[in-house]
Design a protein around this ligand. Structure first.
Ligand SMILES: [Fe+2]
Ligand SMILES: [Fe+2]
Length: 251
């Protein structure tokens, strides 16, 4: 497969979007708003206090699925990685999921009575998925990420209190790793339900748009899960190990 050209600090933000419009929400997650004229990504990031190297690694890994700089991403502060992942959660819950729901609702409004049961099936399936995703993201936002931030703070201070010590021993990041499911897998079933089983009469423009949005969400979640599994978890494992060493050396 031909390698895509990666962006660098001198790339103009407008050119980045022209080359790969899928990056629009990714750029938005960094708090970058439109109206950047001919500014380079470095200029825009510097103005907004964004770490340009981190933004570039995220943008490039999204742009080229063959490019995933695990080691380089692991070197960025955990806080930065978590900020990006949290804003991605927000995007799923506040933007992407409601958008997909809206397509299904519109299909439901337009459907003839004899096909109603198909849309009810689709809606039921999507509602199940939504609930699973909500629980998945909520667990990360409310439990996993705060734990990682505690670990990060302890690393910065170079000391670990009793509570965190106990937590590492009893409920380390390995527990999360074991239970961390692929949030995009079920979307594949939803896609198949539409592609293979919906009656042709339902698969008009609305349904085609719905399908495209599901593909987009799936690709986004895949990249997101990769960051959690291949960047965040190994990084936290190393930090936990270091903190246990600090603790044991002090005893
Ligand atoms: Fe997540
Ligand atoms: Fe996750």
């Amino acid at each position: 497969m031909k390698k895509k050209l990666l962006f660098n600090p001198k790339s103009r933000l407008a050119d980045i979007i022209h080359l790969d419009y899928r990056l629009i929400p990714v750029i938005g997650r960094f708090g970058i708003e439109f109206g950047f004229g001919n500014k380079t990504i470095k200029e825009v990031c510097n103005n907004k206090g964004i770490n340009v190297w981190f933004a570039l690694e995220i943008i490039n890994s999204y742009h080229d699925s063959n490019y995933f700089p695990k080691k380089s991403l692991q070197n960025f502060p955990a806080k930065l990685i978590i900020e990006y992942l949290s804003s991605t959660h927000n995007y799923y819950l506040k933007v992407k999921i409601p958008e997909i729901q809206e397509y299904i609702d519109k299909m439901e409004q337009n459907v003839k009575p004899e096909n109603h049961k198909n849309i009810t099936l689709l809606n039921g399936f999507f509602n199940e998925y939504k609930e699973e995703l909500r629980l998945h993201l909520e667990n990360e936002d409310q439990h996993v990420f705060p734990y990682i931030l505690d670990i990060d703070n302890a690393m910065i201070r170079g000391e670990i209190d009793d509570e965190l010590y106990k937590k590492i021993l009893t409920d380390s990041i390995e527990n999360y790793e074991r239970s961390h499911d692929d949030a995009e897998v079920k979307l594949n079933d939803l896609k198949n339900l539409i592609i293979k089983f919906l009656p042709p009469v339902l698969c008009k423009e609305l349904c085609q748009n719905l399908l495209i949005e599901i593909f987009r969400l799936e690709a986004d979640i895949k990249n997101h899960t990769n960051i959690e599994d291949k960047v965040l978890i190994p990084k936290v494992k190393l930090m936990e190990k270091k903190l246990l060493e600090i603790r044991e050396n002090k005893l």
